[in-house]
Design a protein around this ligand. Sequence first.
Ligand SMILES: Cc1cc2nc3c(=O)[nH]c(=O)nc-3n(C[C@H](O)[C@H](O)[C@H](O)COP(=O)(O)OP(=O)(O)OC[C@H]3O[C@@H](n4cnc5c(N)ncnc54)[C@H](O)[C@@H]3O)c2cc1C
Length: 407
Amino acid sequence: MSQCDVIIGGGGMVGLTLAIALAKGGLSVAVADPVHQSAALDTAFDGRVSALAFATVRMFEALGIWPHLAKDAQPIHDILVTDARLNGEPSPFSLHFDSAEVGAASLGHIVENRHTRAGLFAVAATLPNLRLIAPAALIDLAPGPQSIRASLSNGETIEAALAIAADGRESEMRDRMGLGVIAWSYPQWGIVATVAHEKPHNGVAYEHFLPSGPFAILPMTGNRSSLVWTEDEKLAPKMMQLDAEAFNAEIARRFGNHLGATEAAGPRWSYPLKFHLARGYVKPRFALAGDAAHGIHPIAGQGLNLGLKDAAALADVLLDAARLGLDIGALDTLKKYERWRRFDSLAMAVATDGLNRLFSNDIAPLRALRDVGMGLVDAIGPARRFFMRHAGGDVGKLPRLMRGEAA
Ligand SMILES: Cc1cc2nc3c(=O)[nH]c(=O)nc-3n(C[C@H](O)[C@H](O)[C@H](O)COP(=O)(O)OP(=O)(O)OC[C@H]3O[C@@H](n4cnc5c(N)ncnc54)[C@H](O)[C@@H]3O)c2cc1C
């Protein structure tokens, strides 16, 4: 049986970032994941991009991850939000967020998840006190008074002061440790595809609110954008089955022609959209982070940013405890993390759920209400800046890493 300070189940973007932060802070860390590194970097594994908020970018800079991503990151200079109809003109009320207004070079960056993973693997490989065990799933946890014992699918047993589940939305460890969830499904799927277009996007991200849900066009490097297309659950499977020509025609109906001719480049992916929030984030010697703790609607592109804020907050709480010689797996240490993060995640989950309900319909009074609301926010500078600070993750109590400081 081997020993370490922290065992993390899940080497996704949240689990690996957390492992790097804790290892850089001096703890010994093991990360187990059933997916081998080379498979996790394959273009066919995850077609998503993520909008990294500027607080997230500061964290990646502080951890030395950002230099590995910078060349593949597309800065977002402007965000244009419109209330639109299929084939129709957008409503005259729209929202425009401009990075210059908050004195920032960008409102965040779009990075393909595979590039973020590659950067995380590269930094993890430089840390002698971080051990990545893959392929190996965490299959059981047995907490005791002084430590927790983790069993892995490769037959290994690891004893640690603390186990963290960062094993995604269907977290088996969350269920095994008896942390229930509040959950529901949206009658929508997220369809994700990369689109090549004729004209440059100039770093502008668009969000068209269509009756079936938001249709986001996120600028990628080159003349490419990533679509995050929210579609009715009955229609989405049909869209996924269309041949290339018909799929391109459906994209064009929603995309508009502001970037010239468009064409889907590469495969398409679909994700049934769900909401969940764990009823508790911690137990003695156990904590949840990232999608294992919460899953929100992608309408505001904040799910990963929220998970990375969990990682940064956990690093603050655990490293402070370790430096004071306290037990990092004790419930009162872990409760500090839960108090800090659970309310913040709940607030974001409620806000994104409400936005989706308000915008994903074609009901005339609601359409009028949201159009007036958008017009008002657009006309009032402080309101616009408030939304930009939220999107950038610069609100509430920021962990050290998200302020750009060392863990
Ligand atoms: C359509 C769509 C678009 C999105 N767009 C954005 C965006 O623009 N910005 C944003 O911030 N967020 C976005 N999100 C959300 C974001 O993708 C997730 O929040 C993020 O991937 C969660 O990361 P994670 O590391 O917590 O979980 P995951 O990425 O799910 O990683 C979990 C890891 O755990 C491993 N694992 C599973 N079981 C076990 C086990 N038993 N033992 C060990 N390991 C295990 C898995 O192999 C995996 O590597 C989007 C989501 C969707 C669906």
